[in-house]
Design a protein around this ligand. Sequence first.
Ligand SMILES: Cc1cc2nc3c(=O)[nH]c(=O)nc-3n(C[C@H](O)[C@H](O)[C@H](O)COP(=O)(O)O)c2cc1C
Length: 325
Amino acid sequence: MKTRITEMFGIEHPIIQGGMHYVGFAELAAAVSNAGGLGIITGLTQRTPEALAGEIRRCREMTEKPFGVNLTFLPVISQPDYPGYIRAIVEGGVKIVETAGNNPQQWLPALHENGIKVIHKCTSVRHSLKAEKIGCDAVSVDGFECGGHPGEDDVPNFILLPRAAEALRIPFVASGGMADGRSLVAALSLGADGMNMGTRFMATREAPVHENVKQAIVAASELDTRLVMRPLRNTERVLKNGAAERLLEKERSLGAKLKFEDIIEQVAGVYPRVMQEGVIDAGVWSCGMVAGLIHDIPTVQQLIDRIMAEANQIVRERLAGFVAA
Ligand SMILES: Cc1cc2nc3c(=O)[nH]c(=O)nc-3n(C[C@H](O)[C@H](O)[C@H](O)COP(=O)(O)O)c2cc1C
């Protein structure tokens, strides 16, 4: 399939694996790229720029195809060494960066001067237009359904994507709630040039996370996510578990007095325990409503082949049949 996104990133299929903390290691990124999509290593999961350089080298040993690195700009006081991470990306020869979180403007010159394309993840049309204005090459439009941080506007993709298509000139991919060939065709119909998936890629054989995490996603329905940290304006969609219930109880009881320190037990240092040790109740962890559409744990190649076959079948048979009638 050829779209502005496949052309821009030099990939076969318009499918991107979004950055995921403690999930986006070289194994998953390489598997997605080898299957014809765009795999992404999560930069900040690597503790130091040197560790990221090593992860990029590992990924290059596993694939000759293009892959990217996610840089999430956090609203925290002690900033990670972003210049160091960018140096590791540039020196590692990576040509695609997915940015997310705060406005990436100050980092764009260093990336663009080195021939790196930037796709910024946005949860609103307003932020997407800003990304276009400051010179991002593409955007990933993340709807209310998404796992992770959906922002505070709560606009689902059925509205957000066509609104983005009306407003944007640069290409964008649909993110949030994407799982299969139906999602891809719908995303293209609504004006996107491809799709980005997070939760779906976690439930694959190559995803380097504990089996308990994969099984929890397969067992979950579309009703099993919760929005936490809304009072802090840092909303995150997570899988419903004991920790999420405890956190929400604190939000209810403390009301406007809630501070980050009150919920630190449920959010800090949680990812390694959940993703690597498989203690799925250790704290809150991102998961999309799309869990309701995830029923198996295929290889990445099987997943992507299935998506493309289904998308082609829908376009050529189901939809073509309607127009012919
Ligand atoms: C476990 C998990 C961790 C994530 N971590 C990050 C992250 O560190 N940085 C980021 O930009 N997005 C992160 N995301 C968001 C994904 O990149 C993607 O935008 C989102 O999962 C899309 O929604 P979906 O899960 O419905 O496919 C994470 C998502 C999940 C499920």
